[in-house]
Design a protein around this ligand. Structure first.
Ligand code: PEP
Length: 251
């Protein structure tokens, strides 16, 4: 089963309009025409339009960092799937550990968002991953199992193949610590086994699994070389076009 490599940059709450446009242009201009890697930029929502102008008609796709599962209406401060699609997004990150930890998002919330994303023709990138303490107490598989099953609740086989799951150990996000390729591969293989339980081997074999957690030019090649690692969700290193391009090249 060949799965197209997907490298996504999560800019989080960084950049301003000018630096967002400059970063997007840097990625677009530096990307080889012959790359078969799928590349997605996820800027802050207020800069989606500015980045869209830079990536429209190129190989680079646009993604949101979150969405509200509701339709239009009285939801002050929120942005829904229809709005993300309207502005040119093809992807959306869901259930990032920062959303789970800082904004109290639960697996049930993520599942609602997943269905809203799919209904809005967005490819969801669903994030899961254990904390340092959970890893140390041997709970990694249990936590990841709960997050995968809970976040994907109600998903049918027909739609499952098109989703993306990002395994992001919380202890490796923004810390400079990276899971070893062996640690990451072990959890990715476990996630694929979980997916096979619910959707069958064939569909599970089509679902792309990204690794996230301090991916950098120096470690990207080895991580992306693992059998079940089909891409990367990149935070800090996606804020420098040169570093992000090197990660894409490593893929
Ligand atoms: C992330 O936030 O998704 C992430 C992986 O961040 P970093 O690459 O900075 O660890």
């Amino acid at each position: 089963m060949t799965r197209r490599t997907l490298i996504a940059g999560n800019w989080k709450m960084n950049t301003r309009r000018d630096s967002a446009a400059a970063l997007a242009k840097g990625v677009v201009d530096g990307l080889s025409d012959s790359t078969d890697v799928e590349v997605v930029l996820c800027p802050p929502s207020v800069y989606l339009a500015a980045v869209e102008e830079c990536v429209v008609g190129t190989h680079v796709a646009l993604g949101g960092q979150n969405l509200c599962a509701e339709g239009d209406g009285a939801f002050t401060g929120e942005v829904n799937a229809a709005m993300l699609t309207d502005i040119g997004c093809g992807y959306v990150i869901l259930g990032h550990s920062e959303r789970r930890q800082l904004f109290g998002e639960t697996d049930a919330d993520v599942s609602k968002k997943l269905h809203a994303a799919l209904a809005g023709n967005l490819i969801p990138i669903v994030c899961v991953g254990e904390t340092q303490q959970q890893r140390e107490t041997g709970e990694t598989e249990q936590v990841v199992r709960e997050q995968v099953k809970g976040s994907l609740a109600g998903l049918d086989e027909a739609r499952a193949a098109g989703i993306v799951i990002a395994y992001e150990p919380v202890w490796a996000i923004g810390t400079g610590l990276t899971a070893t390729p062996e640690q990451a591969e072990a959890v990715h293989a476990f996630i694929r086994k979980l997916l096979a339980e619910d959707f069958g081997e064939d569909v599970a074999g089509q679902i792309r699994l990204q690794y996230g957690g301090s991916v950098k030019p120096a470690n990207a090649k080895e991580l992306l070389g693992q059998e079940n690692i089909d891409g990367a969700l990149v935070g800090g290193a996606s804020l420098k076009a040169e570093d992000f391009l090197q990660i894409i090249a490593a893929a």
